[in-house]
Design a protein around this ligand. Structure first.
Ligand SMILES: O=P(O)(O)OP(=O)(O)OP(=O)(O)OC[C@H]1O[C@@H](n2cnc3c(O)ncnc32)[C@H](O)[C@@H]1O
Ligand SMILES: [Mg+2]
Length: 167
């Protein structure tokens, strides 16, 4: 069995490889069919499912995984949100969400102007490719967490739910 992942982002691929150390992980450039910056739980989840479905369709004998990063508002605050989906050979869909942290008001303001989180983080930190490395979660937790580990947690939740149904 192979695991197809709907992204070329190294932090997502590392996360899947670490959660499925015994399997071959294959990257696939797929369309999330949502905006490049999802702005709600619903839209972020939908992006993850679209990615996973497209991967699963490409190879009928294998599993497809989609991981999507987004933000969502609660009252006046903006939170980081992340969703994952796994689609199996029988088109069963498993879903799981990751950690949430509140983003600084300055980030919220920039994003309300239409910037993507990835762009805001580069401006904010003066670092390149934050989204492919530690991510916003890494920056705002002082490196106690990072994007790989956060996605790995989501993938482990997906894998476990799928395994449970195989028993
Ligand atoms: O190549 P893909 O798989 O699309 O990877 P991505 O980094 O663009 O990630 P997402 O599409 O899942 O995330 C949607 C947007 O949110 C940004 N984003 C999400 N989480 C982030 C994080 O932790 N740090 C920096 N940017 C993040 C990302 O740059 C995108 O603009
Ligand atoms: Mg993207």
């Amino acid at each position: 069995m192979k695991i197809y992942v709907g992204s070329l982002n190294p932090s997502k691929l590392t996360a899947v490889s670490e959660a499925f150390p015994e399997e071959t992980v294959v990257e696939m450039d797929v369309d999330s069919k949502v905006s490049s910056q999802p702005f709600s739980d619903e839209e972020t989840l939908e992006g993850a499912i679209h990615r996973a479905r497209e991967c699963a369709m490409a190879s009928k004998a294998d599993l497809g995984i989609g991981l999507e990063g987004g933000v969502m508002e609660i009252d006046d605050d903006l939170y980081l949100c992340n969703w994952g989906a796994l689609v199996d050979q029988y088109e069963n869909i498993y879903t799981a969400a990751g950690a949430r942290i509140k983003l600084p008001e300055e980030v919220h303001e920039q994003m309300n102007k239409g910037l993507e989180l990835g762009e805001v983080m580069e401006k904010y930190t003066q670092k390149n490719n934050v989204r492919k490395k530690e991510g916003a979660i890494g920056i705002f937790t002082n490196g106690q967490m990072n994007r790989d580990k956060m996605f790995q947690h989501i993938v482990t939740l997906l894998k476990g739910q799928w395994e449970y149904d195989q028993l």
